[in-house]
Design a binder for this molecule. Structure first.
Ligand code: ZN
Length: 131
C-alpha cells in the first residue's frame, strides 16, 4: 500500500431509512408547498438531511436562488418534494442537481416509501438501497 494512495470517491448506494422517512415527513408537513434539503453522507450512506432555510414555500428554482451552499464535503446531493405527485426531475431540477452534488432524491405526493426515486447528476434514475 502506497503512502500516496489516491482517495477513492465513495459511491453512494444506501440511504438510511430514518433519513428517507425524514424527507417524507418534511414533505408532508410542507404540503401543498415544496420542500427542499441537502443530503449528508457518511461512509457511502446517506444519513442526514440539512434543511434549506427559506425554501418551505418555494419551488426548486427558489431553492436554488435562496440557498448559499456551505463548504461541507459530506454533502453529497439534495432531496426535495413534488406536490404534483410526479417525481421526475424538471429542467430546473437538473440545474439544481448540478450545483448540489451527485445523488438526488425526489419524493412525490402522497409521500410514501413507494413514491420516491433517486437520480444522478444527469437526472438518470439510480438505485438506492434503504437500510
Ligand atoms: Zn423538482
Amino acid at each position: 500500500m502506497g503512502i500516496f494512495k489516491k482517495r477513492p470517491t465513495v459511491e453512494i448506494r444506501i440511504i438510511k431509512k430514518k433519513a428517507l422517512q425524514m424527507i417524507l415527513e418534511s414533505a408532508k408537513s410542507s404540503y401543498p408547498n415544496e420542500f427542499g434539503a441537502l443530503l449528508r453522507a457518511e461512509e457511502g450512506e446517506i444519513s442526514e438531511l440539512i434543511l434549506l432555510p427559506g425554501t418551505i414555500s418555494g419551488n426548486s428554482q427558489a431553492i436554488f436562488q435562496l440557498y448559499m451552499r456551505p463548504i461541507d464535503f459530506s454533502i453529497v446531493g439534495s432531496a426535495h418534494s413534488h406536490p404534483s405527485g410526479n417525481y421526475s426531475p424538471s429542467e430546473a431540477d437538473l440545474d439544481f442537481f448540478r450545483r448540489t452534488g451527485s445523488v438526488h432524491v425526489i419524493v412525490g405526493y402522497p409521500y410514501t416509501m413507494r413514491t420516491w426515486a433517486a437520480y444522478n447528476v444527469l437526472g438518470e434514475r439510480i438505485e438506492l438501497e434503504v437500510l
